[in-house]
Design a protein around this ligand. Structure first.
Ligand code: ADP
Length: 949
């Protein structure tokens, strides 16, 4: 460019003098070169300035370049504040440090004046800017202007001997102008940057939105920007779902509003924009056909908020008076509308993502919660609570199908604070096929009532669901069977959507699975408990316990391990049931007639009975206030019930077929156990009997041994006694035989008589000994024959009469009956009578009398024979020994009787052998009576004779 100019100028210079031309050329060359440099600098500066976006940097660059270009010694830039009417130093160079931080009031010095009047000041003097301003200087002050406004002042200076030229004045002017443009650009850029930063912040905010409240806040912020940027009066944003417009945000009367200034009209501007998706500008409502019915004279622009090919909403911005929308305004509004569309799209995405996330979370929560739960009730409760809470429902309920598959019952409730279960159940009277819930139950399909008031399936229950406007429900199926319905009610219509329906179905599927799992778990648990009990009972049986502890133990097991509320075992005794053991309640009735109660029926029929509702069983007798259901099973032995095992529950239908099965099993075990216990008891009794038999046998043996020992002792005694008794007569005989040999003849008869007597005594003794030894040996048992005691008595008395009379004794015979027949051994009885008569003779002094008497006892069972004497009598203390062998009383010594002390012993023995008795009655000095009792012939007396008999 410089070269081209040079050529032109050179050509042009041909017409002038060469010198002039040359001079001129040189001058021009200088000028052109300078200009060219200046322009280069300017250009560079301009580019630099334009490239510089920060105002501060721009000021600094401006002053640096100005000082350099004008070869000044220092400079500063001041920025004007028109309101405060001062110019403040915003940049300076070396040599201009003085101005750092200074403010120059308008009109003060050249800087203040330039700031005020926009003129250029090129002068020499004092720059009256600050107190300590340097001395006389050449300075140039140029205003920075933009659109006729002084935005700032540039000051350069150098020593007074080098004043600034006009060219330099122009140059700085140009620089200032360029700087002003750059400055404005920078300002605009800054504004734009701030705005875009704000929009970015808005966009960011919209991305982070977590609620509708936040969405509204962002939309309101957008509207605020719109109003501010184009100074309009009102701004609205409506949301569009393809059909309806819904208010989202509004700003009018200078404030954020919660409702629109006016609702959009179906054929109005907003709906038109929404439907067409095109911007609509109305500069004067009075002239626009769309506003022909509206009494309004403002201006409005409606901008669609679009996302791809969908209109998400409309943004309206309006003026109260007609207004021409500039391209700039429309551009800004379009920008903001785009922004709003992004916000809405984000919100929509967010909403969907959040909803999806929430739904997934809910499903996860429910799945996790339900998976660990083994309590069906708890499963329903949790599922209902979580679903209601997450779907924001007003009410929620789980309705269960009754046993009849027709009636529906409230299983669980959420939100029905004022209602109780049973009351509500009765009020609702739900049935399969009836109402919304009934529809779900009968169709086994999920259902959504967007607005219950318009749903034909809805049947309202006043006082319960008055506030409900929408509903959502799904069936809970367990193994293909309908368990119930989960339903959530909402206060507002149109809240639930298809996604919610899908969610409900998923939740209900989870509930169904969890229910099945819980049920299986319970079954396993139950089986385990059952096995434990059966095992325990088996152990108990093996322990072979007694009946009482056995039943206690079984009942305890059934109660603790199986968890029955009440368990009782009764056993049959005659025609009633006796309670043997129970757990759960203090049973007050222990004996129950067969005709009474459910247990009575079981005992009677030998069949188990499961009663789901005891109040409906006519046989039921109430013992515990809480009982609602009962189960009783017979304990069988063959075809007969030997007892009843029964359990009671405080819940209606609280016992099931499972319980029946288990208790039957248990009852069978118990039957075995009871049988074992009974056997054991019998065995125990038997062994006790055996023991006592052994004991008595042992004692018998002991006494036998005693007796044997005694007999042995007696025998020893007997032998010694016999030896003694034999020795006496034998020594006498030997003595008298010796004497006989030496004695004179006349003494011999006396000796012979003594010898005879001693021999006689010896004979008697030996006979007695033989008798007793025969009796003891038992070798010749008595030969019993029917005989008449009278006859024998007569004969014996006749034989002895002479002997008695020789001793001065009278002998009488008293026979009370014509005969006295007994079954006896004649010889033995004769021996007894002979002994008694002999004793009476020996122990009765001369002059006395002896009476033999026979008679029948009063009962006629006995015959008595007595021998009474009027002799010396017997000492009372001797009576007990009288019948002992070899016992001889004081009387025998007094009377010098040659007896053996065996007579009474032999008599006693003989009478014993005849099953009779021998007694003595005696009074010392008066006499004695010996009485013999013998059973009358043909009679077997029941008891031995009594003395009185
Ligand atoms: P004994 O040969 O001594 O008579 P018994 O056995 O016949 O032996 O009698 C035993 C004792 O009973 C006699 O020793 C006598 O003391 C007493 N006793 C027996 N009969 C009578 C009687 N009729 N009167 C008094 N005492 C008698």
């Amino acid at each position: 460019m410089a070269d081209l100019l040079l050529i032109v100028l050179t050509l042009w210079g041909l017409s002038g003098s060469l010198l002039y031309l040359y001079q001129r050329r040189l001058a021009l060359e200088r000028q052109t070169g300078r200009r060219s440099r200046e322009h280069d600098t300017l250009y560079e500066l301009g580019v630099g300035l334009i490239a510089e976006h920060g105002v501060q940097a721009l000021f600094q660059k401006l002053i640096d370049r100005s000082v350099k270009l004008l070869e000044a010694e220092g400079g500063a830039v001041f920025q004007c504040d028109a309101e405060r009417r001062w110019a403040e130093c915003v940049a300076f160079t070396k040599g201009g440090e003085t101005y750092q931080g200074t403010r120059v009031n308008f009109g003060q010095g050249p800087v203040g004046r330039a700031a005020e009047d926009g003129a250029i000041y090129n002068q020499i003097g004092t720059v009256e800017v600050v107190e300590s301003s340097p001395g006389e200087l050449a300075f140039l002050v140029v205003p920075l202007k933009w659109q006729n406004e002084v935005k700032g002042v540039v000051l350069v200076m150098r020593s007074a001997n080098q004043p600034f030229t006009d060219d330099q004045e122009d140059l700085l002017g140009l620089l200032a102008t360029q700087a002003s443009v750059a400055l404005e650009n920078a300002r605009l850029i800054e504004v734009e940057r701030r705005r875009s930063a704000e929009l970015e912040a808005l966009r960011e905010a919209s991305l982070r939105m977590t609620s509708n409240l936040e969405l509204n806040a962002v939309l309101e912020a957008i509207l605020e920007h719109a109003l501010k940027l184009i100074s309009a009066w009102d701004a609205h944003i409506f949301l569009y779902d393809g059909e309806h417009l819904k208010f989202a945000a509004a700003l009018w009367a200078g404030d954020v509003q919660r409702s629109p200034f006016s609702e959009p009209r179906q054929d109005g501007l907003t709906y038109t924009v929404a439907r067409t998706g095109k911007r609509l500008v109305v500069e004067d409502a009075r002239k626009a056909p769309i506003f022909k019915d509206a009494v309004w004279d403002g201006a409005i622009v409606g901008i669609p908020l679009r996302s791809k090919d969908r209109v998400l909403g409309v943004m309206n911005v309006a003026y109260e008076a007609p207004h021409r929308f500039s391209d700039e305004e429309l551009r800004i509004l379009d920008l903001l509308a785009d922004q709003a569309a992004v916000v809405l799209e984000n919100a929509r995405l967010f909403e969907r993502t959040t909803a999806d996330q929430r739904r997934l979370q809910l499903l996860y929560d429910i799945t996790r919660d339900l998976a660990v739960s083994t309590d069906p009730d708890q499963i329903l409760r949790r599922a209902l609570d979580l679903t209601k809470e997450n779907l924001g429902g007003l009410l929620g309920s789980i309705v269960l199908v009754g046993p009849d598959s027709k009636q529906l019952h409230v299983g669980n409730l959420a939100g029905y604070e004022d209602h109780d279960f049973e009351g509500l159940d009765a009020r609702l009277d739900m049935r399969v096929g009836k109402g919304f819930v009934g529809w779900i139950a009968s169709e086994r399909q999920p259902a959504l009532a967007i607005d219950v008031l318009e749903d034909p399936r809805w049947s309202p229950v006043p006082g319960v669901d008055d506030e409900v406007r929408s509903a959502l429900g799904a069936p809970i199926l367990v193994d293909g069977e309908l368990l119930g319905v989960l339903v959530i009610f909402h206060r507002e219509p149109g809240v639930f959507e298809d996604e919610h329906l899908d969610l409900m179905v998923a939740i209900c599927r989870q509930v169904g699975l969890a229910w099945t799992n819980a049920q299986r778990f319970r079954q396993i648990e139950r089986r385990l408990a059952e096995q434990t009990v059966i095992q325990h009972v088996a152990q108990v049986i093996n322990r072979r316990m007694e009946m009482g502890p056995l039943l206690e133990e079984i009942v305890e097991q059934a109660s603790t391990t199986l968890g029955y509320d009440y368990v009782g075992v009764s056993l049959v005794e005659d025609d009633s049931l006796v309670l043997m053991a129970s757990r759960g309640h203090d049973a007050s009735v222990f004996r129950l007639d067969f005709s009474q109660g459910i247990t009575g029926r079981v005992a009677r029929t030998n069949l188990p009975v499961l009663v789901g509702d005891v109040d409906r069983d006519p046989d039921f007798v109430r013992y515990f206030p809480g009982t609602r259901s009962e189960l009783a099973v017979p304990i069988r032995k063959g075809d007969v019930a030997i007892g009843v095992l029964n359990v009671e529950s405080p819940e209606l239908e609280g016992l099931t077929e499972d319980d029946l099965r288990l208790l039957s099993l248990l009852a069978d075990q118990m039957a075995v156990a009871i049988e074992n216990a009974a056997l054991y008891e019998r065995l125990r009794r038997h062994s006790a009997e055996l023991e006592s038999t052994v004991a008595s046998r042992t004692s018998e043996l002991a006494s036998a041994l005693d007796r044997a020992t005694e007999a042995d002792r007696l025998k020893t005694q007997f032998v010694s006694d016999v030896s003694h008794e034999l020795r006496t007569p034998l020594s006498n005989i030997r003595l008298y035989i010796e004497l006989l040999g030496q004695a004179p003849l006349e003494r011999q008869p006396a000796y012979i008589e003594t010898l005879n007597r001693e021999t006689e005594r010896l004979v008697t003794l030996i006979e007695d000994l033989l008798s007793i030894s025969r009796l003891d040996a038992g070798t010749s048992p008595p030969e019993l024959i029917r005989m008449d005691l009278n006859e024998m008595s007569r004969a014996l008395v006749a034989d002895r009469r002479k002997l008695f009379s020789e001793r001065g004794l009278s002998l009488q015979l008293q026979l009370e009956a014509p005969s006295a027949e007994v079954m006896a051994d004649e010889n033995l009885i004769a021996q007894v009578i002979g002994n008694l008569l002999t004793n009476a003779m020996h122990y009765t002094p001369s002059g006395g009398s002896v009476t033999l008497r026979t008679e029948y006892s009063k009962s006629g069972e006995w015959v008595t024979l007595s021998v009474s004497d009027t002799g010396v009598g017997i000492l009372p203390e001797e009576k007990v020994q009288l019948f002992d062998r070899f016992f001889r009383g004081s009387a025998s010594r007094d009377m010098k009787n040659p007896g053996t002390g065996l007579g009474l012993a032999i008599s006693h023995e003989i009478v014993d052998r005849h099953h009779g008795r021998i007694d003595v009655e005696s009074t010392l000095g008066e006499g004695s009576t010996f009485i013999v009792w013998l059973p009358a012939a043909g009679r077997i007396p029941a008891a031995p004779p009594a003395t009185s008999d």
